[in-house]
Ligand binder design. Structure first.
Ligand code: NAP
Length: 480
């Protein structure tokens, strides 16, 4: 039996009477224990975060911007040094193959570096008041003021980098926070918090962690009067229910997608097939921008499918901590059953399995390519969040753009084409938060504005954008 990792709340390291056992999604082995917190711990955590504002209101600046930037730089440097250690924790708790987990750990370093840059440069604007007659003689400018205590709720699929996308910008913005990581993957978040508090000089109370179920701890955080903002990444149903339960708070939502990719006849379809081997199956498709719906021009459809099947057939399925593994288990056996069920439903409705489609003796769903998918099938209309891509043929670009846009989601979409007019048509007409040309829409850099429209969310994440969400604009007018 493993030891309980206590959670940091203010200066204390807290345990509770009840525990959550963290298990490997691959083989069910125990890999850690964390406290099962409740509303009482949320109250303590929010109070210790809020206490950080007392000296600010009294005119002091106990952690000025240059110190916050230095803390973030130290965080980046230590994360960089310990990439392998963090990658192993991610792999163990999320069943993310080690090679993919290493990429995530490296991206978290970037997220901290970009946040440090924001801490150093965040500033308001000068307002040209003299541009209107009543403003003549007045000087106007804005300050960026921390919004208050931030409540951060994160998902299981990027247990380090998506936590970093909330923690690091909050530090940059000057907002103490309370973090509730996903119950399945709390260990990377706790290791990050320990690193920041014990080794980087982040003062106690600036980062408080409450582990526990979404229904208890998450809800207590969402409805707490002293939390000014909720930043949430996770599923659309939970995200929009949080929005409804916290009408007076700022609520930033990063939600799901059923990512479309258009492959034109003149595009580099061979290169696209090679990239989709990763983009459709990395972390077994459990990425919010996993490439899911592939619309392929009929002139190259059959050749493309053959190339994709070759690529996908070469993926290595195995344990997450094995260096050779490309695809491992989904987060739970229930998720494996759900995704398998969606494959079976698609086949019953006329889709064909080009490769995969079954669950191996190790309980891992094999990487699957379906052809002949249609919009009503769940593998098209909903977010699969599993190792499945569906291919459909189209005849002209207008049809492909309409198919791609036929979704309640709107995070990122992509097109492969060698024609400038087709690329520009896609950029103008694909109704998504991001349009990616000649690259898979699963691609993301941590400084970009990342986020969606419609059911995919209501914000943009990326340190530059997140610190603006986490600060209020305060106007100052001075009469000369
Ligand atoms: P989830 O089930 O919505 O859980 C996300 C977080 O919300 C977890 O910490 C969960 O806690 C918590 N939660 C659950 N119910 C809650 C409630 N009633 N009140 C407050 N918090 C609650 O999502 P997931 O399965 O972890 O992640 C997969 C989803 O995230 C997919 O839809 C994916 O597309 C999306 N995602 C989006 C992005 C993006 O940036 N747009 C990035 C990654 C993932 P428990 O763990 O305790 O249940």
């Amino acid at each position: 039996m493993s030891e309980v990792t206590p959670v940091p709340i203010g200066p204390d390291r807290v345990t509770t009477d009840h525990e959550i056992v963290v298990r490997s999604p691959y083989d069910g082995s125990e890999i850690g224990r964390v406290p099962a917190c409740g509303a009482e711990e949320v109250d303590l955590a929010v109070a210790s975060a809020r206490a950080q504002f007392v000296p600010v209101a009294a005119g002091a600046d106990p952690v000025p911007a240059h110190e916050r930037a230095a803390i973030l730089d130290r965080g980046a440097a230590l994360l960089d040094q310990r990439r392998e250690q963090f990658a192993r924790t991610i792999a163990a708790e999320a069943a993310k193959p080690l090679k993919t987990a290493r990429v995530e750990a490296g991206r978290a370093v970037d997220t901290f570096r970009f946040s440090a840059a924001e801490a150093r440069t965040l500033a308001g604007d000068v307002v040209p008041l003299g541009a209107s007659a009543p403003g003549v003689g007045k000087l106007g400018f804005t300050l960026r003021v921390p919004i208050g205590v931030v409540g951060a709720i994160s998902p299981f699929n990027f247990p380090l980098n998506l936590v970093s996308h909330k923690v690091a910008p909050a530090i940059a913005a000057g907002c103490p926070l309370v973090l509730k990581p996903a119950s399945q993957t709390p260990l990377s978040a706790l290791a990050l918090a320990t690193l920041l508090l014990d080794e980087c000089g982040l003062p106690p109370g600036w980062l408080n962690v409450v582990t526990g179920s979404g229904g208890d701890v998450g809800d207590a955080l969402v409805t707490h009067d002293d939390v000014a903002m909720i930043t949430f990444t996770g599923s659309p149903d939970v995200g929009w229910s949080i929005r409804a339960r916290a009408p007076r708070k700022k609520v930033s939502l990063e939600l799901g997608n059923n990512t479309p990719v258009i492959i034109e006849g003149d595009g580099d379809w061979r290169g696209a097939a090679a990239k989709l081997k990763v983009a459709g199956f990395s972390h077994a498709g459990q990425s919010c921008i996993s490439s899911q719906r592939l619309y392929v021009h009929r002139s190259v459809h059959d050749d493309f499918v053959a190339a994709l099947v070759d690529e996908v057939g070469s993926l290595v399925v195995g344990p997450p901590l094995d260096d050779a593994t490309d695809v491992s288990a989904l987060i739970s056996s229930r998720e494996t059953e759900r995704v398998k069920d969606w494959i079976d439903l698609a086949v019953a409705a006329g889709a064909k399995v080009a490769v995969g489609g079954d669950v191996g003796g190790d309980g891992v769903l094999r990487p699957t390519v379906l052809t002949g998918v249609t919009p009503e099938m769940k593998v098209c209309s909903a977010e699969v969040f599993g190792p499945v891509v569906g291919v459909a043929a189209y005849d002209d670009l207008d049809e492909a753009l309409a198919l791609a846009n036929d979704t309640r989601y709107g995070l990122q979409a992509g097109i492969f084409t060698s024609r400038l007019d087709a690329a520009l048509a896609a950029a103008r007409r694909l109704d998504f938060g991001g349009v990616v040309v000649n690259e898979v829409p699963t691609w993301r850099a941590d400084q970009q504005p990342y986020g969606g429209v419609r059911d995919s969310g209501n914000t943009r994440e990326g340190p530059h954008y997140t610190v603006r969400e986490m600060t209020e604009v305060r106007l100052v007018v001075m009469q000369g």
